[in-house]
Design a protein around this ligand. Structure first.
Ligand SMILES: C[S@@+](CC[C@H](N)C(=O)[O-])C[C@H]1O[C@@H](n2cnc3c(N)ncnc32)[C@H](O)[C@@H]1O
Length: 240
């Protein structure tokens, strides 16, 4: 079977960002259930979970990788010093021109190629984005990010598709057909599925000292097939 085009997901998101520019914000970032945008309370439950896991301080410099329309960047911006918000879709980034907080810097770019300074961030959020990277690209990103964290810095990887619970997502004949057709046509439905043990070992290999695999609280909308992980850099306090 041929390899997936390395820019397949970049093209999907550039096209999606452009075609949904004036749509509901949750549709813009594909945060849906049965084709409908998640409700405000559902999104708020995710926000609460992100803030708990990030443990932000007002002095922190934060990066939001694959920030999309900045929904979470804006949440974080009110609680920290600065946010660097990166995304590959220029349209998604510019869709919040009118309400971009002054302490947020936006950058168009592919997170597989971004380079950061040593110790630039206290916190990094990558929510709902790693699935668009291959395993090798994910490992390379971990290796890049470990040095960009300050002591006691941490990264929250949010909403990772769980390889061990793939069939709870592809839970009907139609969904499984879409999955298998996508495999053959090189047009995958979700992207990469991660075994939590793979994340644990890959993060340690990349140089993170602390890795916590977090199963999402059951009331979160995607808890049945996604999980989160917090990675802590060397010399940081024990997590949790
Ligand atoms: C599911 S959306 C999540 C957006 C945001 N993190 C959130 O949770 O609201 C995925 C985002 O990742 C971005 N993305 C995908 N691959 C990327 C890459 N290689 N570099 C930068 N951004 C990427 C897409 O453009 C899209 O905005």
């Amino acid at each position: 079977m041929p390899e997936l085009d390395r820019d397949y997901w970049i093209n999907v998101w550039r096209e999606h960002g452009s075609s949904t520019r004036y749509e509901h914000p949750q549709l813009q970032v594909m945060r849906t259930c049965a084709g409908q945008p998640l409700s405000d309370p559902q999104v708020q439950s995710i926000e609460v979970d992100i803030l708990k896991n990030l443990d932000l301080r007002s002095t922190h410099s934060v990066a939001d990788l694959g920030c999309g329309n900045g929904w979470f960047s804006r949440l974080l911006a009110g609680r920290c010093r600065t946010v660097l918000a990166c995304d590959v879709s220029r349209d998604l980034l510019s869709s919040w021109d009118s309400d971009c907080p002054s302490n947020v810097q936006r950058r168009v770019g592919d997170i597989r190629h971004l380079r950061f300074n040593e110790g630039e961030f206290d916190r990094i959020l990558a929510y709902g984005v790693l699935q668009y990277l291959s395993l090798a690209e994910t490992l390379t990103l971990f290796q890049t990010l470990v040095g960009s964290l300050r002591p006691n810095g941490r990264i929250l990887l949010g909403d990772l598709p769980d390889a061990r619970r793939m069939w709870t997502f592809f839970n009907s004949a139609d969904r499984r057909a879409a999955y298998f057709r996508g495999l053959v046509d090189q047009s995958p439905v979700i992207g990469s599925w991660f075994d939590p043990d793979w994340i644990f070992h890959a993060a340690h290999f990349a140089g993170f000292e602390h890795v916590d695999i977090l199963f999402q609280p059951e009331h979160l909308p995607y808890a049945h097939f996604r999980f989160d992980a917090v990675l802590g850099r060397p010399n940081s306090d024990k997590l949790s």
